[in-house]
Design a protein around this ligand. Structure first.
Ligand code: ZN
Length: 240
């Protein structure tokens, strides 16, 4: 079975559609949260994911869009974008987001936005936190997002290895416990502006990372027309 793994789409329908056009045919689509927030087209992104029958989890921006107190910890630009998102999303989007779990166990895989112990909020940005997160997994493999940076953590002989995948990187899981981040579709932050995504092949026991360029300028024009914060518009071009 092959799954397309998407995270942190952030209401960027142009990026999502570019990824879908570039991706191979898959059996399932898995999403790791932050479907909305920052970007200009939350309803269109949710509509597309509904069409695809995507399985997945809720991120901190999704929770905030539903009216949660998460917005209190957002920086000013994220908060402004979230206030716009809250007033923009329709009932269908709201209902779909509200039905997402914080953590989803799907076969051998655990899907979260942040980390297994704190599915909505914890950022896995250091080896000690990653080691704890791998230990917390109740399945052999885990997928997370939230940092917008593609990375892989692998348990080997009791130690934790880290890999920084580039476009086309293929990981042979080989039965090792692993926690993998596909990077962000809608707002990459690893210095590469192209959308980042993964394919998991459960039969072959592989995971692969991919990058897809999209029409960033058209998204920036949409955001400017909606008076979304300039810093959020600019960062798309830098992938930061
Ligand atoms: Zn995010």
């Amino acid at each position: 079975m092959r799954a397309l793994v998407l995270s942190d789409i952030h209401a960027n329908i142009v990026a999502l559609d570019a990824v879908l056009a570039a991706a191979p045919s898959v059996d399932e689509v898995w999403q790791l949260g932050d479907v909305v927030g920052y970007g200009p087209e939350p309803d269109a992104v949710v509509h597309r994911l509904r069409e695809l029958g995507a399985l997945g989890v809720r991120g901190n921006h999704d929770a905030a869009a539903l009216g949660g107190g998460e917005v209190e910890s957002f920086n000013l630009d994220a908060r402004r974008a979230m206030e716009w998102t809250r007033t923009t999303i329709g009932g269908e989007t709201r209902a779909w987001l509200a039905a997402l779990p914080e953590l989803l166990v799907h076969g051998d895989w655990t899907l979260v936005h942040g980390s297994p112990r704190d599915p909505t909020w914890e950022y896995i940005t250091s080896t000690p936190v990653a080691r704890a997160a791998v230990a917390d997994l109740e399945t052999p493999f885990g997928l997370h997002g939230h940092t917008h940076v593609p990375i892989g953590y692998l348990e080997e002989d009791g130690a934790l290895g880290t890999m920084s995948p580039g476009s086309g990187s293929v990981l042979e899981l080989g039965g090792r416990r692993a926690l993998l981040n596909p990077g962000s579709v809608g707002q990459p932050r690893d210095g590469i502006p192209a959308s980042s995504w993964m394919v998991v092949d459960t039969d072959a026991g592989t995971a692969s990372w991919h990058r897809t360029a999209y029409d960033i300028a058209s998204v920036q024009r949409s955001m400017e027309a909606l008076h979304l914060p300039p810093r959020l518009v600019e960062r798309l071009a830098y992938g930061l």
